[in-house]
Design a protein around this ligand. Structure first.
Ligand code: ASP
Length: 410
């Protein structure tokens, strides 16, 4: 570092983001084809996604092996799941309340005549549950099927701890592999400022104000609901866990910036895992709860589904009494669990909600134009919800230690 203080990575990423917005706004005016930005952004997404499977697998096996007590594993799993369901339900509730109060679809004259529906048939619950158990764990790793990876890794780690000293070398291998993958993540993050720049430039250049303005009320309601979720749910949990809001937000700024710019919580997974550990979360809790949350805990997507359902019902003049809104809440909870951590996932899963309450699926095309802008907020909240969960459950397990996190050498 040659004596001079280097700017922190989140600050560099922040600058990349601002410059990206400017470049994206200017590009069309100077005749620059925004498509040029795209491969630079995609390179960043590929780099951060590359590390996810080996990092999660190694840290989770090592984490489960170090717990070694099936009772504790079960307790951590139960607390994590309760936290996920409760916070997601609150998220949908906040979205519904705001949408009812401010009625984003009222008085809107949007033509729905030429819209085409995209239907999705959700798999049955039995199928979803059966799918958690992989027939071939190698295939799950190759495909990145997160729930299957989690299932196998926990079982493997637990078996390692039963075998004890005889298999020490295997346990050490996974511990070492986890450490190496953390290092790989920090290396690929050097590219983050450029990646963030390119992603923002492309998004801004391809989503002009003309797309945004007719739906501006919907977008604002979404962002306000996300802010309320942070203020009313996450920050109190963070405070309970012994961190100040400032320290927490600074600590997870890298995954948040990745989420906001890539719209993919899968892309933010590795840095999220590392960031919460640096804040003091327990490795055995976070190596389980972060990848699990990445797959099933999507508070941002849930908020969005509640708001979009009310919006679409208003546009089509479909009454939404309280019992129907309760159905929206339940379906949005399920649909958010089924959403994947990739751009636009909630826009597809929302068909589950619309179908249940009789909203025509064509409504999806109404909001598709601003989906990227909404997805930025959704994904950020999806990721923040997982980070808060890891810290909160670590605290419930009396294993939250900011000093240990600060001492980590990464
Ligand atoms: N893009 C979101 C994510 O990756 C999913 C969604 O809400 O569409 O978490």
């Amino acid at each position: 570092m040659s004596g001079k203080q280097r700017m922190s990575l989140p600050a560099q990423m922040g600058i990349g983001m601002v410059l990206g917005v400017l470049a994206g706004a200017l590009a069309p005016h100077v005749g620059f084809d925004p498509q040029w930005f795209k491969p630079f952004g995609q390179l960043f997404i590929n780099l951060v996604r590359m590390v996810v499977v080996p990092l999660v697998f190694a840290t989770l096996v090592a984490g489960a092996a170090s717990v070694g007590d099936v009772g504790r594993l079960g307790r951590v799993a139960a607390k994590t799941l309760v936290y996920y369901f409760a916070t997601t339900a609150i998220a949908i509730f906040i979205g519904l309340v705001l949408a009812n109060l401010f009625q984003p679809g009222m008085g809107l004259d949007l033509s729905t005549a030429n819209l085409k529906a995209r239907d999705v048939t959700p798999p049955s619950l039995t199928q979803v549950l059966l799918n958690i158990v992989p027939i071939n764990p190698m295939e799950s790793l190759a495909k990145g099927s997160m729930l299957q990876i989690i299932f196998f890794a926990v079982l493997l780690g637990f078996s390692l701890s039963i075998c004890g000293e005889r298999v020490r070398v295997v346990t050490d291998f996974f511990n070492g592999m986890g450490e190496v993958m953390i290092r790989v993540t920090t290396i690929v993050m050097f590219y983050a400022p450029i990646g963030v720049f390119a992603l923002m430039a492309f998004t801004v250049a391809s989503h002009g104000l003309s797309v945004l303005l007719p739906l501006i009320k919907l977008v604002i309601i979404m962002y306000v609901a996300c802010l309320l979720q942070i203020l009313l749910v996450y920050l109190p949990c963070v405070k309970f866990s012994g961190l100040t809001p400032g320290r927490f937000l600074r600590g997870i700024s890298e995954p948040l910036l990745i989420a906001f710019t890539t719209c993919s919580s899968a892309a933010a997974l590795s840095t999220n895992l590392i960031s919460v550990e640096k804040l003091g979360a327990s490795r055995s809790v976070s190596s389980f709860s972060i990848p699990l949350g990445n797959t099933i805990n999507m508070d941002g997507a849930a908020i969005y589904m509640g708001i979009a359902a009310i919006f679409a019902a208003e546009v089509y003049g479909i009454p939404m009494p309280l019992d129907k809104q309760f159905v929206v809440l339940l379906m949005a909870l399920l649909a958010s669990i089924g959403s994947m951590g990739v751009p636009g996932a909630a826009l597809i899963m929302i068909t589950m909600v619309f179908t249940q309450v009789g909203i025509p699926l064509e409504a999806i095309a109404l909001v598709a134009g601003v989906d990227r802008i909404m997805d930025m907020a959704r994904t950020t909240i999806n990721v923040m919800g997982d980070a808060t969960g890891a810290i909160f459950v670590s605290r419930l397990e009396n294993d939250m230690d900011p000093a240990r996190g600060a001492a980590m050498k990464i």
